[in-house]
Design a protein around this ligand. Structure first.
Ligand code: ZN
Length: 250
């Protein structure tokens, strides 16, 4: 069984670094790769606002992505990160959602989806800023209709847990595996020359593994094998984080 790679592009919003986004879009189009793009509905995070940008031009671009078959994800609501609240994943200490009540989170999610809808985009995926979500986020997600698929978590294949579908996101650069389904998260606004070169080279060398359409992914109920994998992956991740630190995880 060959591995499947999925690309996810994070932090799309009007203030994104346009040249980086145009470059990755051109590269992906040349290779016929359809990524998930995670859009911040109403960005208030000044640290990632790199250009003045135009709302009208941005949403025109987002609708073109959707028409081109890219999966549309909702990346929080305002991308306002705070710390001090425990999230399920050990990736970051920051979150826009964790620690808030289920009602607050449901209200944020509903508003986020509505902002995309009012701009002609249908959100199909939920991408928590900084991987920060907790049990209340999952309860809130279970109340959303139509449901969103969570693009996050550790695992080697898409799974369903308590009625919610997950596509794991485990990588921040291309890395070869002999099996499994792997999401590579990229931040086009801040990608370096070396990161563009590495990704393009990896994608071209493994192009057949990037061709699975998002809608063709198969979701299975979480098994003990998935839980075991997650346990090991979490332990390895914590160790790497302790030793090397983690960058570009927002
Ligand atoms: Zn982000």
């Amino acid at each position: 069984m060959k591995p499947v790679y999925i690309v996810r592009l994070d932090d799309a919003h009007p203030g994104q670094f346009q040249r980086g986004w145009e470059r990755i879009e051109r590269n992906l189009n040349e290779m016929g790769i359809k990524p998930i793009v995670s859009i911040i509905p109403q960005n208030m995070d000044k640290s990632i606002s790199l250009e003045k940008g135009s709302e009208t031009a941005f949403w025109d671009q987002a609708r073109k992505w959707q028409t081109n078959g890219w999966g549309i994800g909702v990346h929080g609501l305002h991308h306002l990160l705070r710390t001090g609240h425990r999230s399920i994943l050990p990736i970051s200490d920051y979150s826009e959602f964790s620690g808030k009540t289920c009602d607050e989170q449901l209200s944020m999610l509903t508003k986020a989806v509505e902002i995309l809808r009012s701009n002609g985009c249908v959100a199909k995926y939920f991408v928590a800023p900084a991987h920060g979500f907790d049990e209340q986020t999952l309860v809130a997600l279970s109340h959303l209709y139509p449901p969103l698929i969570v693009s996050d978590g550790f695992g080697f294949r898409p799974f369903i847990q308590e009625g919610i579908k997950f596509i794991p996101q485990q990588l921040w650069r291309g890395r070869s595996f002999s099996f499994g389904i792997w999401t590579i998260c990229l931040h086009p606004s801040t990608m370096t020359e070396a990161e563009f070169a590495h990704f393009n080279n990896f994608a071209r060398c493994n192009l057949a593994s990037f061709s699975t359409p998002l809608h063709a992914l198969n979701f299975k109920e979480l098994t003990s094998l998935d839980r075991f994998w997650r346990l090991i992956h979490t332990a390895v991740f914590r160790m790497k984080k302790h030793v090397y630190g983690i960058i570009k995880s927002e």
